[in-house]
Design a protein around this ligand. Structure first.
Ligand SMILES: [Zn+2]
Length: 102
């Protein structure tokens, strides 16, 4: 059911987040709990046997980090345009070994 969190468009994010929260609270009195690592619904009795599916784990992590992921590119661009960022670009270019000397 956690596949639902992958909204087809970014505009869906806030509404799908709300429904995810509702889903989370639905687990409160259930025999299944979401895995804290991957978000998969795991039977409480079989918790020890659960192994996270790597693909689901990645999806879940990306979902948790979506704001950071979305913000990274603009943060990097902003930094590169700052005085410090421009200096670091200049220095990186300057310190790059020229071909043939390596
Ligand atoms: Zn898991």
């Amino acid at each position: 059911m956690f596949r639902l969190i992958r909204g087809p468009t970014p505009a869906d994010t806030s509404s799908t987040f709300l429904s995810t929260t509702t889903l989370m609270s639905a687990f409160a009195n259930s025999s299944h709990m979401p895995c804290p690592e991957c978000g998969a619904s795991v039977a409480v009795a079989k918790r020890d046997e659960h192994v996270c599916d790597p693909e689901r784990l990645l999806d879940y992590r990306m979902f948790q980090l979506r704001d950071e992921v979305a913000g990274f590119e603009s943060a990097l661009r902003g930094w590169l345009e700052s005085a410090h960022g421009r200096f670091e670009q200049w220095r990186a270019e300057r310190e790059r070994p020229s071909p043939g000397t390596a």
